[in-house]
Design a binder for this molecule. Structure first.
Ligand SMILES: [Zn+2]
Length: 410
């Protein structure tokens, strides 16, 4: 769905973001006439806005298109490198750093294991050093950096910018991550729940006009759901939307900390797959209390599942549990798409994706009159970090979604 503009002078800034969106989503270039038709803006408004965007260096004019009657049309193109943003994903197992440009493309990246048994202050300090190193190594112009987007596991207090004791991040109780990192790097910072950032990344990078109502099924060290309805990301009352860990998906499984058994989060937890694979002799049992060792073992199980029957069965069982949750969620929200994302997804997707598609297709609980599209995020393993960076761009250019406007653009 293309956002529609309005021809009132008082909301010029909104129109600026509408026009920039239209150009951003047309990598092959788009003419003023086409933008006017897509957005409902008058051609005079489009021309005025385009002039401002060109002056700000955000777009450029391309070749003249002489086809058809009337004046030749000049195509307009995004200048992707005109502004950049830093996107960081803090997962209990690893921290991913990206620099993204206006097109949402990654121009630099790095990742490290999340340090254990140190204070969050030390982690934040090392995060700041990692960002500095990344920006310097990649030769990023600091004057064009709009800010930092940080994606972290919930629960979060977005107003205070704090991380409030996520189940898998020991010692992160009421930590002012946003302000501490923003201060350390002297840049405006946004904090967002990981699944929400992943969803923003999908919205920012998706050229699929039909993808308006979708969920991002997120497999990190924990599991979560990000949601977009009517092409807008949803956050809920306290921006903590998407905890699906205790959705009951089967009769089997250990007793969850909530007291039930068969909870999605427990059933598909990386440590659970790794332990089961070790019990069946697929891999050696790693230290299950160490997230990094578990992540490495999980990758090995995913790799083995392509040819080892025992590993394949374990991943297929996980896929069955995921499919049960997918059907419930899609029914409840009338979704058109489920997009799988998160660093742990990519290790199992070869086996899990076809299995989930098959099970959703066969499910007698599936109630929607349309087929559900089930796919893997095109943003790859860095999707959440990229989304956090896109969120900074989105906040800068889309007043409707504004949480901060780091800098005047023109
Ligand atoms: Zn539970």
């Amino acid at each position: 769905m293309m956002r529609r503009g309005a021809n009132l002078p008082s909301i010029g800034e909104f129109n600026q973001s509408v026009v920039l969106d239209a150009i951003r989503l047309s990598p092959g270039g788009v003419s003023r006439v086409e933008i006017a038709a897509q957005t409902g803006l008058s051609s005079q408004t489009v021309t005025n806005v385009a002039r401002r965007l060109i002056a700000a260096g955000l777009i450029r004019e391309g070749e003249r298109l002489a086809s058809g009657p009337g004046k030749p049309r000049t195509s307009m193109h995004l200048v992707p490198g005109a502004r950049t943003a830093i996107g960081i994903h803090l997962d209990p197992s690893f921290i991913t750093y990206t620099v993204v440009d206006l097109a949402g493309s990654v121009i630099a990246r790095a990742s490290t294991a999340t340090p254990r048994v140190v204070s969050p202050d030390d982690v934040i300090e090392s995060m700041a050093r990692s960002v500095d190193a990344l920006v310097d190594d990649a030769g990023i112009d600091r004057g064009q950096l709009l800010g930092i987007g940080i994606a972290a596991p919930g629960p979060l207090d977005l107003e205070a910018g704090t991380v409030n004791n996520p189940p898998l991040l020991d010692g992160w109780d009421d930590v002012a991550l946003r302000d501490a990192l923003g201060r350390a790097l002297d840049l405006p910072a946004i904090l967002e729940k990981d699944v929400t950032s992943a969803t923003v990344g999908e919205l920012w990078s998706s050229h699929d006009a039909d993808r308006d109502d979708f969920a991002v099924f997120y497999l990190g060290t924990g599991v979560g759901l990000g949601l977009a309805l009517d092409h807008s990301v949803r956050r809920g009352a306290t921006s903590n939307l998407g905890d699906i860990g205790h959705v009951r998906v089967s009769d089997r499984g250990a007793i969850c900390r909530c007291g039930n058994s068969g909870c999605l989060g427990d059933n598909i937890a990386p440590a659970r797959l790794v332990r089961a694979a070790a019990e069946r002799g697929v891999i050696a049992l790693p230290d299950l209390s160490d997230h990094v060792s578990v992540a490495q073992a999980y990758a090995a199980v995913g790799e083995a599942a392509r040819r080892d029957e025992r590993a394949h069965t374990l991943v297929a069982e996980m896929a069955a549990d995921i499919a049960t949750a997918v059907v419930t969620i899609a029914n409840m929200l009338d979704l058109s798409d489920i997009v799988f994302s998160g660093a742990f997804w990519n290790h199992i997707s070869d086996v899990a994706l076809p299995e989930i598609r098959r099970r959703v297709g066969d499910s007698r609980a599936y109630m929607l009159p349309h087929a559900l599209r089930v796919s893997t995020s095109s943003l790859g393993a860095d999707a959440t970090a990229v989304g956090a960076g896109c969120q900074v761009l989105s906040s800068a250019f889309a007043p409707s979604d504004a949480q901060l406007v780091p800098r005047a653009l023109a």
